[in-house]
Each structure stands twice: as C-alpha cells, then as structure tokens.
Design a protein around this ligand. Structure first.
Ligand SMILES: C[S@@+](CC[C@H](N)C(=O)[O-])C[C@H]1O[C@@H](n2cnc3c(N)ncnc32)[C@H](O)[C@@H]1O
Length: 236
C-alpha cells in the first residue's frame, strides 16, 4: 500500500485546505486518497504557480486562492482537514504557518503534514538529497526561499509543539526502486541542465557549475532514489 493511501484512506475530509499548494500536486493526492471530501481549497502565495494549478487541475469541488499561509483570511475552525506537503523547507518561518493551520482547523479535524527529510538515506537517495540541496542553493541565490530539507526529528518536533491528539506517523523509505532507472536518470540530468541554465544569472556561477557536474557524475555512478519522507496525521 502506498504511504498516502495508508495515511489518508480512512479520513473523511469534509472541507479541506491544502497550504502552499503550488500546482496542486497534493490536492490531487488528497482527492484520490481521502475516504471522501466535499471541497478542497489550495492556497499559495505565488499567483504564477496558482495559474498553473488552475489550468492543470479540473476536478469538481476544487479551487485555488492566493494567500500568505502565515496570515490566512479564513475564520477560526473553518476547515475539517488542513494539509501541507513538501513545503516546510520552502517557508521563511515554519512555526507561524503551522499555528495558522491549527487555528483554521475545527476541533476534532485532522492536520496532515507530508515532508521529505534528510535522514537515513541509501547512497542512491543521498544523490537525490544532494541534488535537492544544490537546487535549493541556486533558488536561494536567485532570491527564492528554498532551504535544505529538515531532519526527521525536526519535523516531528514541529508537529509535537502543536499538541495534537492521536498523532500517527507514516514513514516512506522508497529504497526499493531501481537507482539506475534510465528514465529517472534522464529526468535528473535534465533537471541539472535546467538548474545550471538558471544559475548563469547569479554571481558564483562557476561554483554552482562545478557542483552540478560533480552531482551529474555521482548520478551516473550510483544512481538515484527519492528521499525518504514522512506523513504525519494528528487531530486537533
Ligand atoms: C515545493 S512547493 C509545494 C509543493 C506542493 N505542496 C506539492 O505537494 O506538490 C512550495 C510552495 O510553497 C509556497 N509558499 C512559500 N511560502 C509560502 C507562504 N508563506 N504562503 C503560501 N505559500 C507559500 C511557494 O510559493 C511554493 O509554491
């Protein structure tokens, strides 16, 4: 059973909020894996990514809104389920966003947090982690917020601070895929090319280029597998 199915399939979603939704990747996962939902609203602070979400996802009961997740324009306790995925390491400050998520969640509703982390990887997963951190460094040099991924314990500590009830942890290790899978290597090679292209605009390009080429050699030598992740579900 896949980790999202395991974590989500018994949750009656009701009115659902997906925070930092980007192109709505997690909205799709929620819509496919929750036991049910009446409505899913995806919010993001970037108009540009939301446009892609609006064009890419045409499902009943789904809509998007541009909003800063640390100051949401929703009433207290106005959602039955509140989710965030792959985004803690994209936030300027994680804590106010998590408390806002708790504020807009009704008592008894579920908070869902999915995040990749930097612990316990195989050599092939480390390729993915190093690549992710290198892309984050290029994004940061270009002015976006993209930090290194968190340690698993840091993620757990953030959730524990919210004092939720019945907290469930679902870990994915994903280390059974083929690290030398050709289509994945091709995709990551293309990611390195695109990132190098973007890095040309920043000072210190040579340093980024050198690291990118080191990572390309590593990719061909040991392959790559997705980073481990964790899905945490807890009740307010
Ligand atoms: C990696 S993407 C999210 C991926 C998406 N949740 C998924 O699972 O497919 C991170 C997103 O966080 C958004 N973001 C960063 N800070 C934010 C904030 N304060 N409020 C809302 N969105 C924010 C960025 O605009 C970006 O689209």
């Amino acid at each position: 059973m896949d980790i999202f199915q395991q974590a989500l399939s018994e949750i009656v979603g009701g009115r659902v909020l997906d925070v930092a939704t980007q192109r709505g990747g997690f909205v799709r996962i929620l819509s496919e894996n929750l036991l049910s939902y009446t409505e899913i609203i995806g919010i993001d602070s970037s108009e540009e990514v939301l446009e892609a979400a609006q064009h890419g996802l045409h499902l009943d009961g789904i809509r998007f809104a541009c909003m800063d997740a640390s100051r949401m324009g929703f009433e207290d306790e106005s959602f039955d389920t509140v989710a965030i995925s792959a985004s803690l390491h994209h936030l300027t400050d994680v804590v106010p966003v998590l408390w806002e998520m708790k504020r807009v969640l009704r008592k008894g509703g579920n908070l869902i947090l999915a995040e990749m982390h930097r612990d316990g990887q195989t050599e092939a997963q480390l390729t993915f982690v190093h690549l992710h951190h290198w892309v984050a460094a290029v994004d940061s040099a270009l002015g976006s917020v993209h930090n290194r991924t968190l340690a698993r314990q840091e993620i757990v500590d953030h959730v524990e601070a919210l004092e939720l009830r019945h907290v469930r942890f679902h870990d994915s290790r994903d280390s059974d895929g083929d690290p030398m899978d050709e289509s994945q290597i091709e995709r990551l090679n293309a990611l390195i090319d695109r990132t190098l292209q973007r890095a040309k605009a920043v000072s210190g390009y040579e340093r980024f280029k050198q690291r990118g080429e080191e990572l390309r050699r590593r990719l061909h030598a040991v392959g790559a597998q997705r980073e481990p992740g964790i899905v945490i579900v807890g009740e307010k």
